[in-house]
Design a protein around this ligand. Structure first.
Ligand SMILES: [Zn+2]
Length: 108
């Protein structure tokens, strides 16, 4: 298989893969898999992979309680306004991945 390192969607695809695995970890309640995923994410960031908002999908949402891999849902007072993720989920993800905030409970 040929891998194009200049593939324009490479970063999005990386985070898509991350949230697919997170969804599997949530489905199987596999905390070890989830922790491995966080490790991979942090290593990727250290290597200069950018965070994209959809990367937040691999954490649970603090607003609507969507589990990893699951899209956010509208809750009273916190409409999504056409976005896939609550802004707070993206913020938590950014802070948690940079070590500035604790990770939310893995499979809460
Ligand atoms: Zn949400």
């Amino acid at each position: 298989m040929r891998i194009d390192i200049n593939e324009p969607r490479a970063v999005e695809q990386f985070w898509e893969g991350m949230h697919d695995v997170a969804a599997a970890a949530a489905r199987h309640q596999d905390e070890d898999l989830y922790r491995a995923l966080v490790k991979i994410g942090r290593a990727a960031l250290a290597q200069g992979v950018e965070l994209v908002p959809a990367g937040g999908l691999f954490l649970a949402c603090p607003v609507c309680d969507a589990v990893p891999g699951q899209r956010c849902i509208n809750v009273p007072g916190e409409p999504l306004n056409g976005t896939v993720l609550h802004r707070q989920r993206v913020d938590v993800m950014e802070k948690a991945m940079k070590g500035e905030a604790p990770l939310p409970g893995p499979l809460a």
